[in-house]
Design a protein around this ligand. Structure first.
Ligand code: BV8
Length: 253
C-alpha cells in the first residue's frame, strides 16, 4: 500500500473545525464491492451507459429494463458491507460538533455503517415510489412484477432515486446547500465531481470561506480548486485521518 500522506494543516483544521460537511460519491462504496457509477458494468449491462438508464425517458421507454437494472444493483448491495471508509465517517461524526454527511450514493451503506445525519441528495434505491402519486414503498424486493403496479392507483412503481433531468428533493438540496455554506471544512470523497448540482457544493463551501479537502484515487475536476488533495482510497485514507486527528484506531473498531 502506498504511504498515505496527510498534510498536518488539514489535521489541524479537522481537529479545530466546529462544522464539517462531507460529500461522498460512488468511490467510497467501491471497496464494499459496489461498482462505481462509471465503472464498466457487468456484461449484462455493458451495452448501456448509466446516464442512459437513470432517466425518466428510459423508464418510459422500457420500464422493465430500468426496474431490472435497479434490481441487479440492489442485489449487488445485498452482500455489501460498509467498509473502513464508511465506518471512519461514523467516528468523525462523533468527534465533530456539527457534522453533515451528504451522499450522492443510493446504496444506503452510510446508514448501514451507523452514520446519523445523512442527506441522500439522489435518493435511495432500496425505496420505491409510485410513478404517479409518489407514495413510498419500502421493500421493492417483495414484489414479483417488474416493475410492480402501485396497489393504490395501478401506475408503475419506480426506484425512489433522482434521475438525470429530474430535480433533487428540495429539502435535501436546501439542507446540503446550508451545510456547504456554513461549514469550516468540506471533504469531497470518492466522487468524480461531474454531476450537478452536487459538484457545486464544495465550490459553494469555498466561496463561503471553508477549506476543501478532496480524497480520491485520481485527480478530478475539483482537484485544482481544492485546498488539499489526498490521493488514495477512501478505505485507506479515512482511517488514517481519524487515527492521526483523534487517535482512534479503526482496526480496533
Ligand atoms: C438537476 C441516482 C435540475 C440515480 C444520480 C449543470 C451543468 C451540467 C449538467 C447539468 C447541470 N445541471 C443539471 C445537469 C444535468 C445533470 C448532470 O449533472 N449531468 C452530468 C452528467 C453532466 N444533472 C441532473 O440532471 C440533476 N438534476 O440538476 O435538476 C434540472 C432539471 C431538469 C433539467 C435539467 C436540470 C440530477 C442528477 C442526479 C442523477 N442521479 N444518481 C442512480 O444512481 O441510478 S447521479 C449518479 O452519478 C450517482 O448518484 C452519482 O452522483 C453520479 C456518479 O458520480 P460519482 O458518485 O462521482 O461516481 P463516479 O463513478 O462518476 O466516480 C467515482 C469516483 O470515485 C471517481 O472519481 C473515482 O476516481 C473515485 N474512486 C473510485 N474508487 C475509489 C475512489 N475514490 C476513493 N476511494 C476509492 N476506493
Amino acid at each position: 500500500m502506498d504511504e498515505i500522506v496527510i498534510p498536518s494543516a488539514l489535521i489541524q483544521s479537522l481537529r479545530t473545525a466546529s462544522r464539517v460537511a462531507v460529500l461522498t460519491g460512488a468511490g467510497i462504496s467501491a471497496e464494499s464491492g459496489v461498482p462505481t457509477f462509471r465503472d464498466a458494468q457487468s456484461v449484462l449491462w455493458a451495452r448501456y451507459r448509466p446516464e442512459e438508464l437513470a432517466t425518466p425517458g428510459a423508464f418510459k421507454r422500457d420500464p422493465r429494463l430500468v426496474w431490472e437494472w435497479y434490481e441487479w444493483r440492489r442485489n449487488l448491495v445485498t452482500d455489501a458491507k460498509p467498509n473502513l471508509g464508511h465506518r471512519s465517517l461514523v467516528i468523525m461524526e462523533t468527534q465533530v460538533p456539527d457534522f453533515t454527511l451528504i451522499t450522492q450514493n443510493v446504496d444506503g451503506l452510510h446508514q448501514m455503517a451507523g452514520s446519523k445525519n445523512v442527506i441522500e441528495i439522489h435518493g435511495n434505491m432500496h425505496r420505491s415510489k409510485c410513478s404517479n402519486e409518489g407514495t413510498i414503498f419500502d421493500q421493492p424486493e417483495l414484489y414479483e412484477d417488474k416493475p410492480p403496479l402501485c396497489p393504490d392507483c395501478g401506475a408503475y412503481l419506480r426506484p425512489d432515486v433522482v434521475w438525470f433531468g429530474e430535480s433533487l428533493p428540495p429539502e435535501a438540496l436546501q439542507a446540503s446547500w446550508e451545510s456547504a455554506q456554513n461549514c469550516d471544512l468540506f471533504l469531497s470523497i470518492g466522487t468524480s465531481a461531474l454531476v450537478e448540482p452536487a459538484a457545486t457544493l464544495p465550490l459553494l463551501a469555498q466561496e463561503n470561506g471553508a477549506e476543501v479537502a478532496e480524497i480520491n484515487i485520481q485527480e478530478t475536476r475539483l482537484t485544482p480548486h481544492a485546498s488539499y488533495f489526498i490521493v488514495g482510497s477512501a478505505a485507506q485514507v479515512l482511517p488514517e485521518l481519524v487515527k492521526i486527528t483523534w487517535q482512534v484506531d479503526m482496526s480496533a473498531e
